[in-house]
Ligand binder design. Structure first.
Ligand SMILES: Nc1ncnc2c1ncn2[C@@H]1O[C@H](COP(=O)(O)OP(=O)(O)O)[C@@H](O)[C@H]1O
Ligand SMILES: Cc1cn([C@H]2C[C@H](O)[C@@H](COP(=O)(O)O)O2)c(=O)[nH]c1=O
Ligand SMILES: [Zn+2]
Length: 200
């Protein structure tokens, strides 16, 4: 009789702009794996110390325990033999070696869920995301809301006058914008909406 294979791993990529819900979606999938009695380990780059040194934290303050590492290969040192699911947040901050690491984990039979930016502040593909998208079995592209015009946003507008690709930051340093409203060069922040909708 046909047997359903149980030892097959795969790679899931959650990509999109800043504020698009990548981390929330990673946390949702990890929580569901835990409900399913799976053993899960989550990793993030040490570089991402915005909200917490070790926890994965979404812009909406959802939190997940994780291990902060400098290089993707460190995952193998921390990996428990019982682990069935590996999550990686802010995957764009790892070098191209993260692709081989994800592939090796999937070959071992693990479910690998990675979340990260697919474009930098200029709208250029953010390596190693293009390579991860190519080798992944499952790809989810998240969209934020453009803070200028309210349309779906797939770009991250830089608000601080810095030209290097990597500048860690959140609201105040970046905002979500659509194709029409995005500028490749840093701009001023969009003034906040003054509606009282969320007042007590
Ligand atoms: N412009 C925006 N569009 C959508 N969500 C936003 C925006 N600005 C702030 N948010 C908040 O960010 C949350 C998503 O946070 P998070 O999952 O950390 O995103 P990402 O990991 O993609 O940066 C949303 O649920 C919402 O609370
Ligand atoms: C666009 C862009 C972003 N970054 C940084 C800013 C944040 O620290 C992270 C993205 O975090 P999020 O969970 O997706 O909100 O990346 C960068 O260094 N360079 C860029 O071009
Ligand atoms: Zn727009």
């Amino acid at each position: 009789m046909y047997q359903i294979p149980k030892d097959i791993g795969w790679i899931e990529v959650i990509c999109g702009s800043m504020f698009s819900g990548k981390t929330e979606e990673l946390i949702r999938r990890v929580k569901r794996a835990v409900y399913g009695k799976q053993t899960v380990q989550v990793f993030k780059p040490k570089l991402d110390n915005r909200y917490d040194e070790t926890q994965v934290v979404s812009h909406s303050q959802l939190k997940l325990t994780s291990v902060a590492i400098e290089r993707a290969e460190e995952i193998f040192h921390h990996l428990s033999p019982r682990t069935q699911v590996v999550g990686i947040d802010e995957v764009q901050f790892f070098g191209s070696e993260v692709v081989a690491v994800c592939e090796a984990l999937a070959h071992r039979g693990l479910r690998v869920i990675v979340a990260g930016l697919d474009q930098d502040y200029q709208g250029r593909p953010f390596e190693p995301m293009p390579q991860l998208l190519a080798v992944a079995e499952y790809v989810t592209k998240q969209l934020a809301i453009c803070v200028v015009c309210g349309n779906p946003a797939h770009r991250s507008q830089r608000l601080v006058d810095r030209g290097e690709r990597v500048v860690v930051g959140a609201a105040g340093a970046y905002e979500a914008r659509c194709r029409k409203c995005h500028r490749a060069e840093p701009t001023e922040a969009t003034p906040p909406q003054t509606l009282d909708l969320f007042k007590d």
